[in-house]
Design a binder for this molecule. Structure first.
Ligand code: SF4
Length: 246
């Protein structure tokens, strides 16, 4: 009599994993999603933060879940001084021990933007040199990336899922469901300070040459690359869809 062989468990595909996680975490809080991501991806999980207008909410939630979680900040060389000071303040105040700052490759800046004025003629190339390229090596070894994107930011973010799989890496968007009111309420009920430029009329903050007060107060990102047909820096755009890959 032949003995029945145990059935081998087939490996879960990334698509199936995303589907399972989206089903398991449907309707759960941002904190539940972050804790689930920490359990699911372990040392493979990283958060990329701009330390912008809304970043402190995610940083505060991460500090509660795991203050040692790796956090990457890209210093483009074009940030407001207030952003750099805010990064330092939040790192200390929230006890974030996994923060690392990465910089553009010196040789690439020297070749493509030696005078620091590339943003005036080619914002896509400038973002590629100063933001996208520095992040590539910083993400090596991580298979899952937490982002602070929210659906209410509109445009390409309007249908953002909680978990997704893009270009070989999982993305976790714990605040995808949040509204502007949720952000306001989180800050109102926490003692974490807001970015100082928020009180000065900036609801979305990136590099200083490409950040203005929004013309449309209902479109928080309308002050980013104002007057240009550009919505994203490229960090969340597929490599083959980025306009100035090199
Ligand atoms: S946001 Fe502006 S200054 Fe910053 S990297 Fe992109 S184009 Fe350059």
């Amino acid at each position: 009599m032949t003995q029945a062989q145990p059935q081998l468990k087939t490996a879960e595909t990334p698509e199936a994993r995303v589907e399972r996680l989206n089903a398991e975490l449907k309707g759960k809080s941002a904190q539940d999603i972050i804790r689930a991501a920490v359990r699911e991806f372990g040392d493979g999980l990283v958060y990329v933060s701009s330390f912008g207008a809304e970043s402190a909410a995610m940083l505060g939630l991460i500090a509660e879940a795991d203050p040692s979680l790796p956090i990457v900040f890209i210093d483009t060389g074009m940030h407001f001084q207030q952003t750099l000071d805010y990064r330092d303040e939040l790192e200390e105040r929230l006890g974030l021990t996994g923060l690392r700052t990465v910089y553009p490759v010196k040789e690439e800046v020297k070749e493509l933007d030696p005078k620091g004025i590339l943003h005036k003629s080619d914002t896509d190339l400038c973002c590629e040199v100063r933001k996208v390229r520095p992040l590539e090596p910083a993400l090596e070894g991580f298979n899952a990336w937490i982002t602070g994107r929210k659906r209410f930011h509109g445009m390409g973010r309007a249908n953002l899922p909680i978990f997704e799989f893009r270009e070989g890496r999982y993305k976790v968007n714990p605040l995808a469901n949040w509204t502007q009111e949720d952000v306001t309420e989180w800050f109102a009920t926490s003692d974490v300070p807001r970015h100082p430029l928020v009180a000065d009329g900036y609801p979305s903050i990136g590099c200083w040459p490409c950040t203005a007060r929004p013309a449309d107060p209902n479109d928080v990102r309308s002050g980013r690359w104002a007057g240009q047909n550009k919505e994203e820096c490229g960090l969340h755009v597929k490599r083959n869809e980025r306009p100035r890959v090199f």
